[in-house]
Write a protein that binds this ligand. Structure first.
Ligand code: ATP
Ligand code: MG
Length: 180
């Protein structure tokens, strides 16, 4: 499994549709300060279902929508698509290529789709949670996050390990079942 393409449209500073093709192995994003490198990483987290505005370096969720510049008016929606190569079947779905799309409108919530079919956030979370790309996203280590791990309480540390081991999905399912 590897990330194949990432397309940003109206997401943060990426007003025009921008597609990045990735290869297996290491990808480096280089550019001057403020050119949008971290925005690319935010887009990755967002399309995989990130729900925290702070994790996306914003005040509110809508801050991910292109806010306009001197020469360009703001946009009404943000859309990010991530295509994952699944020829090794790491994702529990019968497709060799999986595209997750998240769309957000100003004043509205998010919409999700898997291979073009609308779905719930839960479906995206469950699709990813066994692959090591889970909700708490320890695959994305942001600035300052190493500190968080080092200073974590034993309970928090256990949470990290459970997420990595894929136990958390079953715990959440159990919690949901008990609520019903
Ligand atoms: P550094 O090297 O300093 O880490 P960077 O390449 O990571 O920089 P980013 O933080 O990704 O840069 O991009 C910051 C830019 O994105 C800022 O110019 C900011 O104005 C712009 N930006 C963020 N959110 C939006 C938005 N919603 N609409 C328009 N532009 C935005
Ligand atoms: Mg940055």
């Amino acid at each position: 499994m590897y990330l194949k393409t990432l397309t940003l449209k109206g997401f943060k500073s990426f007003a025009s549709a921008t597609t990045m093709r990735l290869e297996p192995g290491i990808t480096c994003v280089v550019g001057p300060n403020g050119s949008g490198k971290s925005n690319v990483v935010d887009a990755l987290a967002w399309v995989m279902g990130e729900q925290g505005a702070k994790s996306l370096r914003g005040g509110k969720m809508e801050d991910v929508i292109f806010a306009g510049t001197a020469g360009r008016p703001p946009l009404g929606r943000a859309e990010v698509s991530l295509t994952i190569d699944n020829t090794d079947g790491a994702l529990p779905i019968d497709y060799t290529e999986v595209t997750i799309t998240r769309t957000m409108f100003r004043g509205g919530g998010s919409e999700y789709a898997i291979n073009g079919t609308n779905c719930r956030l839960l479906d995206v979370q469950e699709l990813l949670s066994d692959s090591g790309l889970g909700r708490e996203m320890h695959v994305i280590v942001g600035q300052g996050q190493l500190d968080t791990v080092l200073r974590a309480t034993p309970e928090e540390r256990r949470g990290f390990i459970e997420e990595a081991a894929g136990v958390l999905k079953h715990r959440r399912r159990k919690e949901r079942a008990l609520r019903k």
